[in-house]
Design a protein around this ligand. Structure first.
Ligand code: OOG
Ligand code: NI
Length: 461
């Protein structure tokens, strides 16, 4: 048996390779990384409680490497191969995101590690969209786009060969893994040469800027990589000081004592020179941008429903896009109805928690007394503790806000809301995992571990 590189190692190498590549391609991304590293250092120095909490959860280790990226694919075949490739790195499709509601003709999933140990090592995630050509109104243009996409091959032959090898052999040796990472990274490079003429590009662009972005190029360039900050308001304030034009408002929930879900901000996409296929005509295209995010706790279905309801209330008010002047105040006001207290979040079942034993002897004594297993009672006695589980996924409304800010406010197409999860999964060749079920499993596994320890004490009584 050869020794295989673990999928965690391959993913870690891949995320580092992508980060190094994007840094050379988009120097402002490097500035963003420095900014986030500085803010995280300062935040950890100032906030001992936060540091302790991250240490307990073994989360400090991953913070420096933690990123997500985003790509946009053109065909079912590309998506299916993408799934096979990400699987070699321990990244699996989680969640379904319908962005047509936001006027963006794509639907998406997030490829990410799913088990707790893999997430702790390197939680690299890639938000992966699939273009929905059926949403292009003009049938001639739709067919043309389809034909253009059918001609391209976004993966190198070697990347596909190594993927097949990994599938057959059950893994890749260290040398093969290094080559695999090298080959797969090529797919996400920037190409300043379009595969289409300038005229065709303009036609695609008129259908939707995103259609042009997906169809006009050789491959799905990575369009941003996002580091995780511990204080997004500080990061937002710091961006202009470092010469980065930040988006007006932070997407997601307002600032709170106990962060929930995900808050994100970004800088606008760069206008980049492009050489078109016909006469070498010059033009430009904007696709690539920078983003920063702060992650909070994962919410249960009840918590998520409350979040969606409160956010919708703020967003649906007259002229109340996230760009309006008093948005932050209205958002904060609306979210006063979302408890910002760990006991309440736990007791009302709004968030997911990971349980652990604090005092094994004390636990054993209670178990030996014959008391039935009661987590809340054990917690009240200080024998076990519960800490929030980090949200590892995305938010469609925020994603839409980020898409919109990059498309320039003018681009507001509307499509009827038409989630098509089945069609997406058919293209993918597999169902997507339900993210809420994954958090629930993770919470339950931690409870089971505490319970097993309790029962062992009962038996050895
Ligand atoms: C993806 C936008 C979604 C996020 O952080 O919500 C995303 C895209 O622009 O392709 O990355
Ligand atoms: Ni993003």
């Amino acid at each position: 048996m050869p020794t295989f590189a673990s999928s965690d190692q391959i993913r870690d190498q891949f995320s580092r390779a992508m980060s190094a590549m994007y840094k050379t391609e988009v120097p402002q991304y490097g500035t963003l990384l420095d900014l986030v590293a500085d803010i995280n250092r300062a935040t950890l120095a100032d906030d001992g409680a936060l540091r302790a909490q991250l240490e307990t959860a073994d989360e400090l280790r991953r913070l420096d490497v933690e990123r997500h990226g985003a790509i946009r694919l053109g065909t079912a075949r590309e998506l299916a191969d993408m799934r096979r490739i990400f699987r070699v790195m321990g990244m699996h499709p989680v969640g379904y995101y319908d962005l047509s509601v936001a006027g963006v003709p794509v639907h998406a999933t997030a490829f990410r590690p799913v088990d707790d140990a893999a997430l702790r090592t390197n939680p690299f995630r890639v938000f992966t969209s699939l273009l929905r050509l059926e949403l292009i109104a003009d049938p001639a243009l739709r067919e043309e786009a389809q034909a253009i996409l059918a001609r391209r091959a976004i993966f190198t032959p070697r990347a596909l060969a190594l993927t097949a090898l990994a599938e057959e052999a059950g893994g890749l040796t260290k040398a093969q893994a290094a080559e695999f990472v090298q080959e797969v990274t090529q797919t996400f490079r920037w190409h300043s040469e379009a595969t289409v003429s300038h005229a065709r590009y303009r036609q695609l662009h008129a259908a939707h800027r995103l259609v042009a972005d997906v169809v006009s190029f050789k491959g799905p360039h990575i369009n941003h990589l996002t580091p995780r900050t511990l204080d997004i308001d500080a990061a937002q304030a710091e961006m202009p000081r470092r010469g980065i034009a930040a988006k007006e408002v932070v997407e997601g929930p307002p600032r709170r004592k106990h962060a929930i879900l995900l808050r994100q901000t970004s800088f606008k996409a760069l206008e980049e020179p492009i050489v078109f296929a016909d006469d070498g005509a010059d033009g430009s295209h904007s696709a690539r941008f920078g983003e920063i995010e702060q992650r909070g706790m994962a919410l249960t279905r009840a918590g998520r429903a409350l979040y969606d309801e409160l956010l919708a209330g703020v967003r649906s008010m007259q002229g109340a896009g996230s760009a309006s002047a008093d948005y932050s105040e209205r958002l904060a006001a609306a979210f006063r109805d979302f408890p910002d207290d760990l006991d309440q979040l736990l007791e009302r079942g709004l968030a997911f928690f990971r349980w652990r034993v604090l005092d094994a002897d004390g636990l054993a004594r209670v178990a030996a007394s014959g008391a039935p297993f009661d987590l809340q009672a054990l917690r009240a006695k200080g024998l076990v503790a519960a800490s929030p589980i980090v949200y590892e996924d995305f938010l469609p409304v925020s994603a839409a806000g980020i898409f919109q800010s990059n498309l320039g406010g003018a681009e507001q197409k509307s499509y009827a809301a038409n989630a098509a999860q089945e069609a997406f999964e058919a293209a993918l060749g597999a169902p997507v995992a339900d993210e809420i079920a994954l958090y629930a499993q993770s919470q339950q596994a931690s409870i089971d571990t505490v319970r097993a320890q309790y029962q062992a004490a009962v038996l050895s009584r």
